[in-house]
Design a protein around this ligand. Structure first.
Ligand code: SAM
Length: 295
């Protein structure tokens, strides 16, 4: 698959873009098993070289800290309900599509999974990384800016359950808007922290409008947070970030009472001293892990 060479994307939340450092490559056994199963590369050295090669291409497209710190190599256990008919799984800010591949490996039908990202090139590089093609891995991709209302407009959270209703045609999507009220699970890792407080709220409202009203529908995952809600300015592993971080209390009250009417959702959020990539051992920011479940 060919990628045209362009200027790397500008990233507001990041102040430094260090050269890649393979010392941060550190696959845990479960990460390694995931990559070996999907790529067919059994040799550890060859797998490392393959991942480094694709990482270098992706870093030229968009030099995100999560690409620099191998965030995409972390196997993240997903347990999505398999029992819901026509359930749709959407990963926003999906980058290579690693989480979608994990959900599919876990039994989620690829034809019902959609990745969305500002950069189509990163999704294309995902095919290179995982040695797949649109034919062998038929999950959908919708490229575009999630803040553009033509791509994703804010809609009120769905109030009517659509159990048994025909699912939108995912093969002919031109934006995420036809998915309003239809998505069973929305995933976002290392995504919200790219935006300031008002834009995080905007994005939360946009996600809420996509979520199905069926009880158990869920929006979930993780990004950088803080003990005290406010700016997070840190340098870790040579990546300098300036972000807005919610704490669990402010994150929960944003979703339960502002984005959704109070009592419509159960929100769980906790700060963990856990990195979202394979590195970040020194002075790393705290990670906010969270889920918002329709009641
Ligand atoms: C830091 S990466 C996280 C990637 C992936 N979720 C992971 O955890 O490995 C953030 C992703 O969000 C995408 N992104 C940034 N701004 C976006 C926007 N406005 N709309 C859609 N995607 C965006 C980037 O292109 C990038 O792939």
């Amino acid at each position: 698959m060919s990628q045209t060479v362009k200027e790397p994307a500008k990233i507001e939340a990041q102040l430094s873009f260090p050269p890649l450092d393979e010392n941060f490559y550190n696959l845990r056994p479960e990460d390694s098993a995931f990559f070996k199963e999907l790529t067919g590369i059994e040799d550890d050295a060859a797998l490392k070289q393959h991942i480094l090669d694709v990482q270098a291409k992706a870093y030229k497209v968009a030099p995100y800290g999560c690409i620099y710190l191998f965030g995409f190599t972390r196997y993240q256990v997903l347990r999505l309900g398999r029992e819901r008919k026509n359930a749709i799984f959407l990963d926003i800010g999906c980058c290579f599509g690693n989480v979608i591949r994990e959900a599919v490996l876990d039994g989620f039908p690829a034809a019902q999974a959609i990745g969305s990202d500002l950069h189509q090139e990163l999704w294309d590089l995902g095919h290179e990384l995982f040695k797949s093609s649109p034919e062998t891995f038929p999950a959908h991709f919708m490229g575009g800016d999630a803040f553009d209302p033509k791509m994703l407009a804010i809609a009120r959270p769905a109030s009517v359950q659509t159990t048994g209703a025909p699912s939108p045609d995912l093969n002919n999507l031109t934006s995420l808007n036809p998915l309003h009220g239809c998505v069973s699970a929305i995933h976002a890792t290392s995504f919200f922290h790219l935006f300031k407080e008002d834009k995080q709220l905007h994005m939360a409202r946009a996600f809420a409008g996509l979520l199905s009203a069926e009880p158990g529908s869920v929006i979930f995952r993780a990004h950088i947070g803080a003990k005290e809600k406010g700016p997070v300015k840190k340098e870790f592993d040579k990546v300098e970030v300036e972000m807005f971080g919610h704490n669990p209390e402010s994150w929960i009250s944003m979703w339960d009472g502002v984005v959704f009417e109070k009592g419509m959702v159960k929100v769980e959020a906790e700060l963990r001293d856990e990195t979202l990539g394979t590195a970040g051992r020194n002075n790393r920011p705290l990670s906010l892990f969270w889920s918002v479940t329709r009641l």
